[in-house]
Ligand binder design. Structure first.
Ligand code: NAD
Length: 306
């Protein structure tokens, strides 16, 4: 049997850890030797109210099992205070799990600015603030592991979730850039689109389906990605839940290069539409640079068919 993945001596910050997925991460990391900061604002799933109870319950459970944990009740918008809690209590931070989240579901027709802004404040600004505050520690110690939390709604869109979808896809671009900037310092960043039974999903999914989706079943992937043995899987996107783990990547059609002169008309584009959207020879881009090289080649082409 392979050795158990352990996190002894490491410090893990989990945001939104008073229940659901966040709680499952905390219980796991503490059981594998890590010291854990259990952050939770303790409000409703719509982002209303606040309470210290949610985080305290998880801290007490960890302590009762002989683990090490402290609570933090700040909103993730004040990520620097959450990271400060880790430094003050345990002297370091090794792993950041950006997990806190809320929903403000409403059809786009009825969406108000406050529905949009609150979702962005918690998911996007909150993840940014926590990662930004942890970053100098990660760089200095040449070690850091980040998990950001997206959603299938962000990857594919979902009715009533224009705000949430936009914020969750932002987690993908954010992670891809952190991965590129961090790799030199052994800072590994990945993003997951989880699916799990929690107060967020219990009202929209039937009980028999929820029973197949325990939050605990998202944890093993997060453990693998944040363990010190992972030094190369970074900037990746995963869907995970109910025991299924799959990696996603960008796919681009091989496309059609058109000559950039006065023959480059809408009609010329239409003529080539099948080639533009033909995925029979797909490419899987991982950076911005490769597209730019195509532009020079365009000048060498014959005039476009109109
Ligand atoms: P959850 O409601 O049980 O957990 C979210 C936690 O975040 C709550 O405990 C809440 O109090 C906390 N929180 C909310 N706003 C906060 C803030 N400003 N600062 C600190 N804490 C705050 O839901 P969950 O399903 O465990 O969700 C965890 C994450 O996974 C979320 O980011 C969610 O969007 C994402 N997600 C979940 C699913 C799923 O199927 N459960 C699917 C896709 C994405």
């Amino acid at each position: 049997m392979s050795e158990q993945l352990r996190f002894d001596g490491q410090v893990v910050v989990v945001t939104g850890a008073g229940g659901g997925l966040g709680k499952a991460y905390c219980i796991f990391f503490a059981s594998r030797g890590a010291s854990v900061v259990v952050n939770d604002l303790g409000g409703s799933f719509k982002g209303e109210g606040a309470s210290s109870k949610a985080a305290d319950v998880v801290v007490n459970e960890i302590k009762a099992a002989g683990g090490k944990a402290v609570a933090n009740y700040d909103s993730v918008e004040n990520g620097d205070r959450i990271i400060d809690t880790a430094i003050k209590a345990f002297g370091r931070i090794d792993i950041l799990i950006n997990n806190a989240g809320i929903l403000r579901d409403v059809s786009f027709k009825n969406m108000k600015d406050e529905d949009w802004d609150l979702i962005f404040k918690v998911h996007v600004k909150g993840s940014y603030k926590c990662a930004r505050a942890a970053w100098p520690y990660f760089r200095k110690q040449k070690y850091g592991r980040v998990i950001n939390t997206a959603s299938a709604a962000g990857l594919f869109g979902n009715f009533g979730q224009a705000n949430y979808s936009a914020a969750k896809l932002a987690m993908v671009g954010f992670t891809e850039t952190l991965a590129k900037e961090g790799i030199k310092y052994n800072i590994i960043s990945n993003v997951i689109a989880p699916i799990a039974a929690s107060r967020m999903t219990e009202t929209v999914m039937p009980p028999d389906l929820l029973a197949l989706m325990k939050p605990e079943w998202v944890v093993p992937l997060v453990a693998v990605l944040t363990h010190k043995s992972n030094t190369s899987e970074t900037g990746s996107i995963f869907e995970v839940g109910g025991g299924h783990i799959a990696k996603l990547r960008w796919e681009r059609s091989s496309g059609q290069l058109l000559k950039c002169d006065d023959t480059y008309t809408p009609g010329a584009v239409l003529k080539k539409w099948d080639d533009v959207s033909n995925f029979s020879k797909p490419e899987h881009p991982t950076g911005v640079a490769d597209f730019v090289g195509l532009l020079e080649q365009s000048q060498k082409l014959p005039a476009n068919e109109k």
